[in-house]
Design a protein around this ligand. Structure first.
Ligand code: ARG
Length: 287
């Protein structure tokens, strides 16, 4: 989540940073050096095992031999057979190439052996997904269901009660931890082995439009200087925690942003309370 992005993406992440975790060379799985907690995780913290069991890593076996290498995007378990991710994470896959993809749900440390891994049997992209990045949601259908992990609850379509500007919501992911000093191409890459979390304030649509004129009510913006999701976090969930009820309610999917954690440029998330997005996901999640 928060953090800047990676040089290797510079070319791909033009416009709104809709890039994927492509290059894999320089990343180091090690965490922040002792005594320097703030320098490597831009506003985020490592997640203890088991805290967010619904979290998924979308893995592409062609990327390398380890789960760390194979990580392509985040996702969330929304039904026993369904993982929600970003459309741009699966764009370009075919019925044939998707066979290289699996998901691991319930793993916190990529190099560990926790969680449930499943082959992906198929996928579906929101039919309104557009080049500008709107409707950036897709579903991965698992070959066999995951019955031991509770899916995350989704926000009710058509509501906005959880989206008061200023409310802190949580984003999680294994994406780049380096804030970009500038814009795409300006940062270095440091992807964590352990899942990271960051709390980010929701930004109103009008305020978000100051930075991103093309955002709409299909988008939810959140973030502040130094706190953001970033490349490699795409597809992962943005959610509200209700610890007293042991419940999490997903409100967004990591989609895009200009740089990462830069002043004036919050992260942009696909908004699940949008009726066209929410009502697309819900019936399929139950399938
Ligand atoms: N598109 C990125 C990915 O593929 C996520 C970018 C999120 N950027 C941000 N500033 N929040 O991983």
């Amino acid at each position: 989540m928060n953090r800047g992005k990676r040089l290797l993406f510079a070319a791909m992440t033009a416009a709104l940073g809709l890039g994927l975790l492509t290059g894999t060379s320089a990343a180091s799985p090690s965490g922040p050096p002792p005594g320097d907690p703030g320098a490597l995780v831009v506003g985020g913290t490592p997640v203890p095992d088991g805290k967010y069991p619904f979290m998924a890593t979308m893995q592409d076996a062609r990327r390398g031999p380890t789960a760390y290498n194979r990580h392509r995007c985040g996702g969330s378990l929304v039904g026993p057979r369904v993982v929600l991710t970003a459309a741009h994470c699966v764009e370009g896959y075919t019925a044939e190439t998707i066979k290289n993809v699996s998901v691991i749900v319930g793993r916190t440390q990529l190099s560990a052996t926790q969680g449930e891994e499943r082959a992906v049997a198929g996928f579906e992209i929101h039919d309104k997904y557009a080049a500008d990045g709107s409707y950036d949601v897709a579903l991965l259908f698992l070959a066999t269901p995951i019955t031991t992990i509770k899916p995350i609850q989704l926000v009710t379509p058509g509501t906005d009660a959880l989206e008061r500007p200023g409310r802190l919501v949580t984003g999680i992911g294994w994406g780049n931890m380096e804030a970009q000093p500038g814009f795409p191409g300006g940062g270095v890459v440091n992807r964590p082995d352990r899942l990271q979390e960051v709390d980010v304030p929701i930004v109103s649509n009008d305020e978000c439009a100051v930075s991103y004129p093309d955002t709409s009510d299909r988008d939810l913006c959140a973030g502040r200087t130094g706190k953001d999701t970033c490349q490699g976090d795409s597809g992962g969930p943005l959610f509200v925690s209700l610890p007293s009820r042991n419940t999490f309610i997903q409100v967004g999917v990591v989609s895009r942003g200009q740089g990462c954690a830069a002043i004036g440029y919050p992260g942009v998330y696909a908004k699940l309370s949008n009726v066209e997005i929410g009502e697309y996901i819900s019936p399929r999640a139950r399938s």
